[in-house]
Design a protein around this ligand. Structure first.
Ligand SMILES: CC(C)(COP(=O)(O)OP(=O)(O)OC[C@H]1O[C@@H](n2cnc3c(N)ncnc32)[C@H](O)[C@@H]1OP(=O)(O)O)[C@@H](O)C(=O)NCCC(=O)NCCS
Length: 175
């Protein structure tokens, strides 16, 4: 259920904390995401050891390569609304630079969306993305997401303002 062509999604283990900590401080990742001040490895290890259990309302999953089972990133799905049948992809990153732009991110997104539609019975998945994050917009478009709204100049990164796009995917549109 949680495997795609290239990736497998799984719950994170405390042993994954060091990789998560490195990615958290990678400026290429932080550039396009809401960031918090730096935290120590020890603080992140503590966070990793005490992570809340995944639920349908809120889940954080590690992205592994399907062949070698190597952890290369993470994806979070949350804000689930079972009344209206919608959830939000809150973050996604291919932390391992060697695997970025190699089709892994779009495959992971496809897998989590299929899970949301088939397993959780949802009708829609949505996400926010910075309009100039070209690789992300391309990855999401490949999966079938379309632009549904634009908050102009709502995101500031490295001293510049960018539009923020709301993108959505209906269960019938998953590619
Ligand atoms: C966004 C992200 C998860 C997508 O995962 P990915 O594995 O890189 O995505 P994919 O390889 O599946 O798709 C990326 C597409 O963008 C293209 N691309 C990459 N860089 C590009 C650029 N600068 N301009 C245009 N297209 C670009 C790739 O060629 C690919 O398209 P293709 O398959 O048609 O060739 C990943 O790039 C990442 O972790 N980025 C940093 C963190 C981030 O921005 N997260 C998203 C916050 S909303």
């Amino acid at each position: 259920m949680l495997s795609g062509e290239r990736v497998h999604l799984r719950a994170l283990e405390p042993a994954d904390s060091e990789a998560m900590w490195r990615w958290y401080h990678d400026p290429e990742i932080g550039r396009w995401m809401d960031t918090s001040p730096p935290i120590s490895l020890a603080q992140n290890m503590d966070k990793g050891a005490n992570r809340p259990r995944n639920t349908f309302e809120q889940m954080l999953l590690g992205i592994e390569t399907r062949q070698e089972r190597r952890l290369i990133g993470y994806v979070a799905l949350g804000d689930t609304d079972f009344i209206h049948g919608e959830a939000t992809v809150q973050s996604i990153a291919i932390g391992d630079r060697d695997h970025r732009h190699g089709g892994y991110g779009s495959d992971a997104l496809r897998v989590i969306c299929r899970y949301a539609f088939e397993q959780m019975g949802l009708h829609r998945v949505m996400l926010w993305v910075v309009a100039d994050n070209t690789a992300a917009v391309r990855a999401y478009t490949k999966v079938g997401f379309v632009e549904e709204g634009r908050r102009r100049e709502a995101f500031r990164t490295q001293g510049r303002r960018h539009d923020f796009l709301m993108m959505g995917l209906l269960s019938s549109e998953l590619k």
